[in-house]
Design a protein around this ligand. Structure first.
Ligand code: GLV
Length: 339
């Protein structure tokens, strides 16, 4: 009897996706969603051949120390700042993420936050639900928000998600400016109707500034007090990238003092804890890191994680060819995968 390889899944996942994994390997899936300490991760990862983890699981050199067994670690997310990829590479572990599948859903959500923040959807709903409409003598000039159409959209970080956000702007007749490490190829710029500008100009010109940067040490507080001070008082800031890219304390101050009109935030420094000053403000729309959370996309992400694990462990049609590896060279150091 052959002993099945073991895969740990750090959180509950769609049953049919887990069932697909279980056709090949022994699956140990956590039944409850909760963060795991470094010590727990170390212990869990030491006893398995593969693992599926997510943003709240921080896998670094200390977690991998002494691990001789783990072969593949699939991250449920396109961003992977929770992983020390160099340490994984040194440990001979293939890491993967879930790019592309979520681009359009995250772009939809960026627009949801832009529109909701500009038109005060959250605050208006809270007011209505609190029973304040009836008998309020709501005035014709109450609840005035900002128009989105015809304004200038600024995108900081113009990868695939940024481009998907830009393409949607055509329907709103917006001018699109972007800032990125490198200029997009001209046909892509044309398709997105987007113009490259420097960061200071982007900050000065944007009526809506959407952040789609990866979280790296250089991008920490890419939008802080100094950057906020350069923005229009009528501007709206949207962060769907990562907490920590924005200095949340400085943002709360700017929103409170009327130096920025509104914000839409899906990610937070120190999430799931949200800066208490943000919670006090009505001109910010807050959501619990759900930009990719559509039915189809979250299933798609889970399936890609499973595809990476199975392929890396040598199972299925794509055996030996994980679809979205972060450090594929690691596989050259393995013995030939099981056919
Ligand atoms: C979500 O935040 C992701 O990185 O996919």
């Amino acid at each position: 009897m052959t002993v099945k390889l073991k895969v740990w899944v750090s959180r509950p996942l769609f049953p049919e996706v887990l069932a697909r994994l279980a056709e090949y390997v022994d699956v140990q899936a956590e039944a409850v969603e909760r963060p795991h300490s470094a010590a727990e991760l170390k212990e869990k990862l030491a006893g398995v051949d593969g693992a599926i983890v997510a943003l709240s699981d921080r896998v670094d050199a200390s977690v991998l120390e002494g691990n001789r067994r783990l072969k593949v670690l699939a991250n449920l997310g396109v961003g992977y700042n929770n992983l020390d990829v160099e340490a994984l590479t040194r440990a001979g572990v293939l890491a993967s993420n879930t790019p592309e599948v979520l681009n359009e859903s995250v772009a939809d959500y960026a627009w949801a936050l832009m529109l909701a923040a500009a038109r005060r959807v959250g605050a208006a709903e809270r007011w209505l639900r609190a029973g304040q409409w009836a008998g309020s003598r709501m005035r014709f000039d109450d609840w005035l928000g900002l128009d989105v159409h015809g304004r200038t959209l600024g995108i900081l970080g113009m990868g695939r998600i940024g481009q998907a956000i830009a393409r949607r702007a055509a329907g709103f007749d917006m001018r699109v400016l972007y800032h990125n490490r490198s200029r997009l190829p001209e046909p892509v710029e044309r398709e997105c109707r987007a113009t490259l500008v420097g960061k200071p100009e982007l900050l000065r010109q944007a009526d809506f500034l959407v952040l789609v940067l990866p979280f790296t040490p250089e991008n920490r507080h890419a939008i802080g007090a100094a950057e906020l001070a350069q923005m229009k008082r009528t501007a709206v800031l949207v962060n769907i990238a990562r907490g920590g890219i924005v200095d949340d304390a400085a943002l709360a101050e700017a929103l409170r003092d009327g130096r920025l009109a509104a914000a839409g935030l899906d990610v937070f420094e120190g999430e799931p804890v949200v800066h208490p000053d943000l919670l006090l403000l009505d001109n910010v729309v807050l959501s619990p890191h759900i930009a990719s959370a559509s039915e189809d996309t979250r299933r798609g992400m889970a399936n890609i994680a499973v595809d990476n694990v199975l392929a890396a462990l040598g199972y299925g049609e794509a055996a030996g060819k994980p679809p979205t590896p972060l450090n594929p060279a690691v596989m050259n150091r393995w013995k030939a995968p099981k056919a």
